[in-house]
Design a protein around this ligand. Structure first.
Ligand SMILES: [Zn+2]
Length: 232
């Protein structure tokens, strides 16, 4: 299903979304020579629980999480990470976000976009649904030269996206990617998020269970699921 992917852009909501949801697929694609750009709408700046240590603010946490994300991206061979600095927990798929994502589609010229399924009724995090909504909303106008023509200066062309893949729970027919050969890299990249997973020996049992259930559908140890959305 991913054989045609040459250059991909991932629209995520939070710093660890890519690693936990498609870290294995990302490593598989970059090993194959696919260029991947990771767009993260927030910097995960409310990603803390329990008693907040003295001196930790949303600003300091955002800086830490951006560093963690860049380290994880390097582990997975991701070419570039772009943060759009929307407030964590308050992402809205508004016209500004649509234009910001369209600008990135035009600048990076991906043939494929990966993002959340905004229609999945099981989605508990509003930022995930909003990220998917904004990414899909940007798709069509980004192809049209009269939409934000100021983005098309200096040789930047309209977007030419051919494939859209939805992740993170979908309403549509899934396919499963066997990520067993990339499992260790997925775990390593996930554990780069020390602010979220402070014990490096932590076995990430939830991730193992989640990926194991996906893998079981195609009789392999670990899988990641996606749905293909028809675009033209
Ligand atoms: Zn998330």
């Amino acid at each position: 299903m991913l054989d045609d992917v040459r250059r991909a852009l991932v629209v995520a909501a939070h710093p660890d979304d890519l690693e936990t949801i498609m870290g294995g697929t990302t490593a598989m694609l970059t090993d194959r020579g696919v260029e991947i750009v990771e767009v993260v709408l927030t910097s995960g700046d409310i990603g803390a629980s329990g008693e907040i240590p003295h001196g930790v603010t949303r600003g300091t946490l955002a800086a830490v999480r951006e560093e963690e994300t860049r380290a994880a991206a390097a582990d997975l061979g991701v070419r570039d990470v772009v943060f759009l600095h929307r407030p964590d927990g308050e992402v809205v798929a508004d016209l500004h976000l649509r234009a910001d994502i369209a600008r990135l589609y035009r600048r990076y010229q991906p043939d494929s976009v990966f993002t959340f399924d905004p229609w999945w009724p099981g989605q508990a995090h509003p930022d995930h649904a909003a990220a998917g909504r904004a990414a899909l909303d940007a798709y069509m106008p980004s192809k049209m030269p009269l939409y934000h023509p100021e983005q098309l200066r200096d040789g930047v062309a309209v977007a030419q996206i051919k494939h859209v893949f939805l992740f993170g729970g979908t309403t549509r027919e899934d396919f499963v990617v066997d990520v067993t050969p990339y499992w260790d890299r997925k775990v390593q990249a996930t554990l780069r998020h020390r602010s979220q997973f402070p014990d490096p020996e932590q076995p990430l049992e939830w991730l193992r269970k989640w990926s194991g259930e996906a893998g079981a559908r195609i009789s392999v140890p670990y899988g990641e699921t996606f749905a293909r959305m028809d675009v033209w």
